[in-house]
Design a protein around this ligand. Structure first.
Ligand code: AMP
Length: 301
């Protein structure tokens, strides 16, 4: 089933205890698309400036990622992000954020994308996420991600967005900040009260917890990964594996969601093994299914 993603396409510079990757390809929608394409065709909607050094057609060659919605804007500059990870690889500092093209008008949704049934609003300005959702036909399963800078600076837009989405995927510090509540269980309930029927809270190395408006919950640890070089994009790859699976099976019931969360967990475990997209581009679906089975055995008792 058709899966549409919009979010950032970035030039990243990332420092981790394992090295520095300068001016590499990143962005929330790029990681998402790469992970989701193992499961289902993806429609990517995004905008870059004419300075973008990456050929996205080459990056996604051989994968079912539709780039009709990729806009190259003359006289604009591509979004840039620079971040540094501490020794524990979980804490991250943003050193520099240049919104550039992300501060401009959103890309137009091509007519052929408008019938998408699964939509992921990856991390970008909530105003852009809202405007894009409004251009899609009703009756979709819409999920979104956000981050601290939008909670701090664009809270009103974010609250509007929360009323319109089905699922929020957010990390634990951001969930606490958004709900203004330290206890994660209470924070999840407060977020559910603002609109989405599912909230998935990512806890890095500690996995994820999920709550829905029917009072059901689900916890899953992270895949025990021996190789961790660069956690950038883990959250977006988690969302990509999750939404990719839901779109593949065309279901959003709670059992399917559990399987989807496990696939998201596995996709993220490959992303963190290397810098930029290399952890995902060096594997195939067999690798993903292998780790999925391992995770299933590890969590069964
Ligand atoms: P994650 O590690 O899953 O949070 O995703 C990291 C990716 O998100 C990087 O490739 C960044 O380019 C991108 N990113 C970082 N900050 C933002 C932001 N404020 N808006 C959109 N994308 C961002």
């Amino acid at each position: 089933m058709s899966l549409l993603v919009t979010g950032s396409i970035a030039i990243d510079t990332v420092s981790t205890p394992y090295g520095v990757s300068e001016d590499c390809l990143g962005g929330s929608s790029v990681y998402f698309s790469m992970a989701a394409s193992f499961f289902t065709p993806v429609r990517l909607l995004g905008v870059i400036g004419s300075d973008c050094p990456f050929d996205l057609a080459k990056v996604f060659a051989g994968r079912d990622v539709d780039l009709t919605g990729l806009e190259v804007r003359e006289n604009s500059k591509t979004f840039r992000w620079k971040g540094t990870y501490s020794d524990n690889m979980d804490d991250r500092r943003t050193d520099c954020l240049e919104l550039n093209v992300l501060a401009e008008a959103p890309p137009r949704v091509p007519d052929e994308y408008k019938d998408s049934k699964y939509v992921f609003l990856a991390n970008t300005a909530p105003a852009l996420q809202l405007q894009l959702l409004e251009q899609i036909e009703k009756g979709v399963f819409a999920a979104a991600d956000t981050m601290n800078c939008w909670i701090e600076n664009e809270l009103d837009d974010l609250k509007q967005l929360l009323k319109k989405i089905d699922c929020l995927i957010i990390n634990e510090d951001e969930a606490r900040m958004l709900a203004d509540e330290h206890n994660l269980i209470k924070a999840a309930q407060k977020i559910l009260d603002t609109g989405p029927s599912v909230v998935i809270i990512k806890k890095g190395e500690s996995g994820s917890i999920t709550y829905n408006s029917d009072g059901e919950s689900f916890i899953l640890p992270a895949f025990p990964a021996a190789e961790v070089k660069d956690p950038t994009g883990a959250g977006d790859s988690f969302a990509g594996g999750l939404m990719g699976y839901l779109a593949q099976v065309c279901k959003t019931d709670s059992e399917s969601l559990k399987t989807a969360i496990a696939y998201g967990t596995v996709a993220a475990s490959f992303t963190i093994a290397d810098f930029s997209l290399q952890g995902l581009t060096s594997i195939d679906k067999t690798d993903i299914d292998g780790r999925f089975e391992t995770l299933r055995k590890l969590t069964h008792f």
